[in-house]
Design a protein around this ligand. Structure first.
Ligand code: C2E
Ligand code: MG
Ligand code: MG
Ligand code: MG
Length: 294
């Protein structure tokens, strides 16, 4: 490779890139160990129905309890897990763990029957030929009602495997498993697939919710996205609600559900269980005024 650059030219050794490569290699090694040693944990972020301020479910979000570096965010390791293919094992574990937890909440009579669990799927998982079989197995093992399971897929995951995604979605629909399009508006954004794929839920990306209250832009694209989603029969979930003002606007726009730090950050199992047992003030369906959280 260096030779191809020709006489008199040197391939520059880039210490930054070298360090980065070593870090990635270390991360991959660590990830393999983490899978073996079960160093992952799932946190649960509440999803709230905006009309009645009612808790309707949780999104399962993976974290890594790294022995040296502490609790790591998925933003740090999911990309490497994707690249190395290790995401299929991690994703399978998260699905099993989340369904098992939902089952526990239901068995504890914690109002669980009405709760749903949302699980993120990566492109690599969608490309797996036996994914639906894996999901069937997890549902059978945990006794979770398929209607209580929501699978989140980003636009780019669909666009990377339109064929296998289409077949898979059809099989999931036959089982009444719910399908969400995650981070809507950040991907390839082709409106045509929105109605050609059997989707149930559209999650408006946090960036649109944030820009909604920027005075310069008015409410931006959010009203349009909500209208299109509703006209296609989709339920709308707004991501990343952080202020009471954003919430008020979303309610005025008839947005169905919301998720964000205003309600709650992702919680440990214990915290999530406590939330289900002791209804916090912002989940009181008799209240018209909202959140005290933050
Ligand atoms: P996502 O699926 O869009 O999940 C929402 C992310 O937004 C979460 O970040 C959540 O903590 C964060 N968030 C929620 N509300 C707010 C808010 O009000 N403000 C701000 N600033 N952030 C908020 P998290 O947990 O770090 O996850 C990041 C991404 O990692 C997820 O985005 C998802 O794409 C991926 N991910 C997480 N768990 C899994 C998993 O089990 N499998 C796969 N394939 N991906 C996962
Ligand atoms: Mg998600
Ligand atoms: Mg999202
Ligand atoms: Mg997101």
């Amino acid at each position: 490779r260096a030779k191809a650059l020709g006489r008199g030219q040197h391939q520059v050794f880039d210490p930054v890139m070298h360090t980065r490569a070593l870090q990635l290699l270390q991360l991959e090694t660590d990830l393999r160990r983490a899978i073996q040693q079960q160093e992952f944990v799932v946190h649960y972020q509440p999803i709230v129905e905006l009309n009645h301020n009612q808790l309707v479910g949780f999104e399962a979000l993976v974290r890594w309890h790294h022995p040296q570096h502490g609790l790591l965010s998925p933003a740090i390791f999911i990309p490497v897990a994707e690249e190395t293919g290790l995401i299929t094992q991690i994703g399978h574990w998260v699905l099993g763990e989340a369904c098992q937890q939902l089952c526990k909440w239901q068995q504890g009579n914690l109002d669980g029957p009405n709760l749903s669990i949302s699980v993120n799927l990566s492109a690599r998982q969608v490309a797996q030929l036996d994914l639906v079989k894996q999901i069937d197995q997890v549902l059978a093992d945990t006794q979770v009602n398929p209607q209580a399971l929501k699978l989140e897929i980003t636009e780019s995951v669909i666009m990377e495997n339109p064929q296998s995604a289409s077949v898979m979605f059809q099989e999931l629909r036959e089982r009444q498993i719910q399908l969400s399009i995650d981070d809507f508006g950040t991907g390839y954004s082709s409106l045509s697939y929105l109605h050609s794929f059997p989707l149930n839920i559209l999650k408006v990306d946090r960036s649109f919710v944030q820009r909604m209250t920027d005075s310069s832009e008015g409410s931006g694209l959010v009203p349009l996205i909500i209208n299109i989603a509703h006209s296609l029969g989709l339920t709308v979930v707004a991501e990343g609600i952080e202020t009471a003002q954003q919430l008020a606007q979303l309610k005025a726009l008839n947005c169905d559900c919301g998720q964000g730090y205003l309600f709650s950050k992702p919680l440990t199992v214990e915290q999530a269980t406590e939330l289900i047992v002791k209804t916090p003030p912002w989940l009181d369906s008799n209240l018209n005024s909202v959140p005290l959280a933050e």
